[in-house]
Design a protein around this ligand. Structure first.
Ligand code: SF4
Length: 225
């Protein structure tokens, strides 16, 4: 295999799954409501910004245009660079390991139509800043927080005491103080649960601290707002 055909495959043919440094280019496409396009990835089923590896002979701008076309079906113009991000240790489903350098641009749609290949891209959707899903890796999270700083997790995570991953936050007759779920409060319901058997982890669930506190990023009903 020539190194100019598919750079990652060529390197992988030499090093196997060993950790290598890879450069990616992609970025943010906004619609007229200010929502940003995310891709549900085929490798992890998680959401992320569309992007891909820079090939030999390509500038990051050229790679961004090619990758966006391949992964979303859209033709884009490349605007300013938003930032450079990195994941120090990614392990892909294939077992391949990498350290990434990610160059993210503002991208403007100039043609094409949204289209999934159902291999790399399972779904494409525009998200508002209030709808943030769990993203694939830290570099995706960092980019989201760059473009929507007021909704970034670091600004919005609440620590809700008296709960853990196995119980919901609305149980009655428990023997300790338990803070109620802000999403349930906002909707006057009891349906939303952090994590219980047979129910998926809530998209606002950010983890557990000291075994008995839930880290919750629900964007409304935050008493500190
Ligand atoms: S993580 Fe979800 S279910 Fe849990 S408290 Fe927050 S909004 Fe409610």
């Amino acid at each position: 295999m020539g190194q100019d055909k598919n750079y990652i495959q060529w390197i992988r043919s030499k090093v196997g799954h060993d950790k290598i440094i890879l450069t990616f280019a992609g970025g943010c496409i906004f619609n007229d409501k200010g929502e940003v396009l995310l891709q549900r990835r085929g490798d992890s089923n998680l959401w992320g910004f569309p992007r891909g590896a820079v090939e030999l002979g390509e500038t990051p701008q050229m790679a961004a245009i090619r990758e966006i076309k391949e992964e979303t079906g859209l033709d884009v113009e490349v605007g300013r660079a938003i930032g450079v991000y990195s994941d120090l240790d990614i392990t892909y489903a294939s077992g391949d390991r990498a350290q990434s350098i990610v160059i993210a641009f503002e991208l403007k749609q100039v043609g094409g139509e949204l289209c999934c290949d159902f291999t790399e891209t399972m779904e494409l959707r525009y998200f508002s800043k209030e709808e943030k899903p769990k993203l694939f890796t830290k570099s995706h999270e960092d980019l989201w927080n760059e473009i929507f700083p007021e909704s970034g997790l670091q600004n919005n995570v609440r620590e809700l005491q008296g709960a853990n991953m196995d119980i919901d936050l609305t149980s009655e007759n428990i023997g300790w103080n338990q803070v109620s779920c802000p999403w349930n409060e906002a909707e006057n319901t009891t349906v939303h649960k952090c994590a219980v058997k047979n129910i998926s982890i809530c998209k606002y669930f950010c983890g557990v601290k000291y075994l008995d506190s839930v880290l919750c990023s629900y964007p409304h009903g935050n008493k500190d707002e």
